[in-house]
Design a binder for this molecule. Structure first.
Ligand code: URA
Length: 272
């Protein structure tokens, strides 16, 4: 066994027999020994993922607040699909509680806005590292600590995108705590953007940051700190250079592509 291999819950505290983790409302015996989890933000997307081939024997285990969990099988291996809700704070709760239940590999599957002009709607972005424009990750490590994806998860996501012939991009993501000011959007209640964020989209673009989303930095920082494996694939729903308008067609295409890549990558990771 390589010393870097993930063996379980990252050496942390597991649940006591019969214990129900508070927010996810799950017990260890519910999760059938699952070590792998897919993490969409949206509870509605949990069922969509569970319905994607080749998942089988899928069923809902719990749904409390934004945290909805289904259990399904890829081959013989149990995989959890748990929604994180939007943003770092709720993502940190989902990851903490899943890790206590024994999950050690996490793939976020979500939606994103393109910063780079060459990235198209419906393309997917595989995140190698995230700009920590969130707050939750600072509760785990100082800002000097990098939010990086596990290289095996990155490779599995890229191979999946290639095999499925889905246009994809790989690189750095900016994870913002806010959808509006932190992503310099002009379509909020007021056009006001605090000085700290004014011009930042252009700065990120020049620094080769690919995209905006809201959860990767928290997930990847936590995985680094806690000894877990994390990765992130997101489907592009809008392009910030064009004002960031999201259409239902764009959402549908982006979600379908990101889910296809995430499920295939998960299948190859658990196959070894
Ligand atoms: N999610 C984000 O956080 N930003 C976008 O522009 C689209 C999806």
């Amino acid at each position: 066994m390589e010393s870097s291999e993930i063996t379980g819950s990252g050496g942390g505290k597991e649940t006591t027999p019969g214990e129900t983790v508070y927010h996810l409302s799950l017990r260890e015996k519910d999760v059938a020994g699952a070590r792998y989890a897919l993490l969409p933000g949206d509870p509605a997307r949990v069922e969509t993922i569970a319905s994607a081939p080749p998942f089988k024997h899928c069923r809902q285990l719990a749904w409390k607040r934004e945290f909805r969990t289904w259990l399904g099988y890829l081959g013989e291996t149990p995989v959890l699909i748990t929604s994180t809700g939007i943003g770092g704070p709720s993502t940190s709760i989902a990851v903490e509680e899943l890790a206590r239940l024994g999950v050690s590999t996490f793939i976020r599957v979500g939606t994103t806005g393109a910063i780079q002009p060459h990235i198209g709607v419906g393309d997917v972005v595989v995140t190698t590292g995230a700009v920590r424009l969130d707050g939750a990750s600072t509760h785990y490590a100082p800002l000097e600590y990098p939010a990086v994806a596990d290289p095996r998860v990155v490779e599995a996501l890229l191979s999946a995108a290639r095999e499925l012939d889905i246009p994809h991009h790989v690189g750095i993501t900016c994870s913002s705590d806010t959808f509006y000011p932190g992503q310099e959007r002009r379509d909020g209640f007021r056009e006001y953007i605090p000085r700290r964020f004014r011009g930042m989209t252009e700065e990120w673009r020049r620094m080769n940051v690919l995209n905006y989303e809201m959860e990767a930095a928290t997930l990847l920082t936590m995985c680094g700190v806690l000894g877990l494996r994390g990765g992130c694939v997101t489907g592009v729903v809008d392009r910030h250079a064009e004002g960031g308008r999201i259409t239902p067609e764009a959402l549908q295409k982006a979600e379908a592509n990101a889910i296809a890549v995430a499920v295939r990558a998960m299948g190859s990771l658990l196959a070894g």
